[in-house]
Ligand binder design. Structure first.
Ligand code: FUL
Length: 485
C-alpha cells in the first residue's frame, strides 16, 4: 500500500523541479540613468556626520576672519579632541569634517607653505597640530575624517593670481599624504571679496568658474584618495542643498545637470535644493547646518543652541528627505564642545532612538497588487525583509503599484520610512500612504520623491494595515525597504 504513495510523491517532486527550471527567467530591471557610484552609495549610508568649525574666529568672536589676525590669538586652554569624539559618537554621527583652514587662511596644522598657522600660535608652544590630533582620534575610534580647506584665503597676498592655486594644491598634498584616509573634501563656495591679502587690504574678485581650475585639482586629490567624496555647490560627488537652514527639498532628486552650475554661481539655490528629475548627473544633496546661529563658537550664543526637538526636525528634513546631514558643532575657547551643545546632541539622539526603536513592519506580511514577472525575486516581501539588496519591482511597462503591509494587530503608527533601490537609479515621482480605518483606506501622507530614504512623520494613528501606493514613477518603481514605527 505504501509504495505507490511514495512513487506519486516522488513524481510530483520531479515535475515541480522541471517546472521550476522551465520558469522563464525574470530579468533585473534596466538602470535608469544617472546611477550612483559605489562611493556615493557608501556615502548615502553614512546619513549623518559632524562639521567642526574651529580657528582664530573662535577667539576673536568673528565668523569670517579678515586674514590679519595674529596667530597668537589661537590658544585653546584645554583642547580635548577625545571629548569631541566621545560626544560625536554618542550622538550617532559617523565622521568629522574639520575646517583645516577657513577663509582667514589660518591653518590648524603646521603647514610648511605659510607662517599663518598653529606653529606660530601660543597653543602648545607652537608645537601643536589640531588636524593630526583629530584625524588620528577619528581613525582610532572608528569615525571617518573629512577635510574643509577654504579656497578663498583672505590672508594670502597672492590670492587671485596663479601662484595661489599652486599654494592651495600644495596644502592639499600635505593634508592628504599625512592625515588620510579622508572620506570627504569640502570645497566652500564663498569666494572673493575684501581681505587682508598680505597687507593689501582690498577687495578682490575672482572668476569662480575658471580661477581654481577645479578639474586639475580634483584629479590630483582623487589620485591620492581614490574613494574621496567631493562636496561643492555643484559636486562632482555631492552638492550643496541650497540653504544653511537644515532642509533638503520636499522634492529632492539626486540627479541634476551640472554643466551649467558651479561653485559661486548665484541664483541656483532652489535648483540645488530640489535637483532635477531629468538631471544628467547623480549628485545627491548634503545638508549643512549649525547647532548654533553661527558656524564658530561665540559665548553670546550659548543660550541659542538648537534644542533636541529642533535638531530632530532638521533630521527629518535632511536624512528624512534622502540627503545626508552635516551638523556643525563648534568647540569653544577651551577647545571642547560646550555643555549646552552636548546636552542638545544627546537629547536629539534620544529622540531618534525612541522614535525609531521598533520597526512594526519588520518581517510583516505584505501584498502587492502587481510584481515583476510574478517572480519571488521581486515580490512584496522584499520590502520588509531588512535586506537592502532585495526589492519589490513591477513589470517594465508598469510605473504604478501598491503594497499593503499587515501589522497583525492594531498598532499606533507615527512614522513611515521608504527606500528606493537607488543602485538602479532614482525613480519615484509621487506616492501616497493610507491606513485602514473604519473599514476604509484613509490617506495619512503623500509626497513626491523617495530616493535613498524618505521618512514621513504622520499624525499618530491606530491601525493594523498600511498601504503604500506608488502613483507615478520615471520607470518601474523599485522599493527596497518600508519601515513603520
Ligand atoms: C559658508 C562659509 O562662508 C561659512 O563660514 C561656513 O564655513 C559654511 C559652512 O560655509 O560658505
Amino acid at each position: 500500500m505504501k509504495k505507490p504513495y511514495f512513487l506519486i510523491l516522488f513524481l510530483m517532486c520531479v515535475l515541480q523541479v522541471i517546472a521550476d527550471n522551465n520558469e522563464k527567467p525574470v530579468t533585473q530591471p534596466a538602470p535608469v540613468l544617472p546611477v550612483p557610484t559605489d562611493r556615493q552609495l557608501a556615502w548615502h549610508e553614512m546619513e549623518q556626520y559632524a562639521f567642526i568649525h574651529f580657528t582664530t574666529n573662535t577667539f576673536t568672536g568673528k565668523e569670517w576672519g579678515f586674514g590679519d589676525e595674529s596667530e597668537a590669538v589661537f590658544n585653546p586652554t584645554a583642547l580635548d579632541v577625545n571629548q569631541w569624539i566621545k560626544v560625536v559618537k554618542a550622538a550617532g554621527l559617523k565622521a568629522i569634517v574639520l575646517t583645516c583652514k577657513h577663509h582667514d587662511g589660518f591653518c590648524l596644522w603646521p603647514s610648511q607653505y605659510t607662517e599663518h598657522s598653529v606653529k606660530n600660535s601660543k597653543w602648545q608652544g607652537g608645537k601643536g597640530n589640531v588636524v593630526k590630533e583629530v584625524a588620528d582620534a577619528c581613525h582610532k575610534n572608528g569615525l571617518k575624517f573629512g577635510v574643509y580647506l577654504s579656497p578663498w584665503d583672505r590672508n594670502r597676498s597672492d590670492y587671485g593670481s596663479p601662484s595661489y592655486i599652486e599654494y592651495y594644491r600644495n596644502q592639499l598634498k600635505e593634508l592628504f599624504t599625512a592625515y588620510g584616509p579622508v572620506f570627504e573634501m569640502w570645497f566652500d563656495g564663498a569666494n572673493g571679496g575684501d581681505g587682508y591679502y598680505g597687507g593689501a587690504r582690498e577687495k578682490r574678485k575672482i572668476n569662480a568658474a575658471t580661477y581654481y581650475n577645479w578639474p586639475t585639482t580634483l584629479s590630483m586629490v582623487r589620485k591620492m584618495e581614490p574613494n574621496i567624496i567631493f562636496f561643492s555647490d555643484a559636486g562632482p560627488d555631492i552638492r550643496w542643498c541650497g540653504n544653511e537652514g537644515g532642509h533638503a527639498g520636499e522634492t529632492n532628486w539626486s540627479p541634476i545637470s551640472t554643466d551649467s552650475i558651479y561653485a559661486g554661481k548665484s541664483g541656483i539655490e532652489s535648483l540645488l535644493n530640489s535637483g532635477q528629475e531629468d538631471g544628467k548627473n547623480y549628485v545627491p544633496a548634503e545638508v549643512d547646518v549649525s547647532i548654533r546661529p553661527g558656524w564658530f563658537y561665540h559665548a553670546e550664543e550659548d543660550a541659542k543652541v538648537k534644542t533636541p526637538e529642533q535638531l530632530f526636525e532638521i533630521y527629518l528634513s535632511s536624512v528624512g528627505r534622502g540627503s545626508n546631514l552635516i551638523l556643525n558643532i563648534p568647540p569653544d575657547r577651551r577647545g571642547i564642545l560646550h555643555e549646552n551643545d552636548v546636552k542638545s546632541l544627546l537629547g536629539w539622539r534620544k529622540i531618534i532612538d525612541e522614535a525609531f526603536k521598533t520597526n512594526l513592519a519588520l518581517n510583516a506580511k505584505v501584498q502587492a497588487d502587481t510584481y515583476r514577472g510574478n517572480s519571488k525575486q521581486f515580490a512584496a516581501s522584499n520590502v520588509t525583509d531588512n535586506n537592502k539588496e532585495t526589492y519589490w519591482a513591477t513589470n517594465d511597462n508598469v510605473t504604478t503599484g501598491n503594497l499593503v503591509i499587515e501589522l497583525g494587530s492594531l498598532k499606533t503608527i507615527k512614522y513611515i520610512t521608504l527606500q528606493e533601490y537607488i543602485k538602479l537609479g532614482q525613480r519615484v515621482k509621487n506616492f501616497t500612504i493610507s491606513v485602514w480605518k473604519n473599514n476604509m483606506w484613509e490617506v495619512v501622507s503623500n509626497g513626491t520623491t523617495i530616493g535613498y530614504k524618505r521618512i514621513l512623520k504622520i499624525e499618530p494613528v491606530i491601525s493594523q494595515k498600511v498601504k503604500v501606493e506608488i502613483t507615478s514613477s520615471r520607470a518601474t518603481p523599485l522599493i527596497s525597504n518600508i519601515q513603520i514605527f
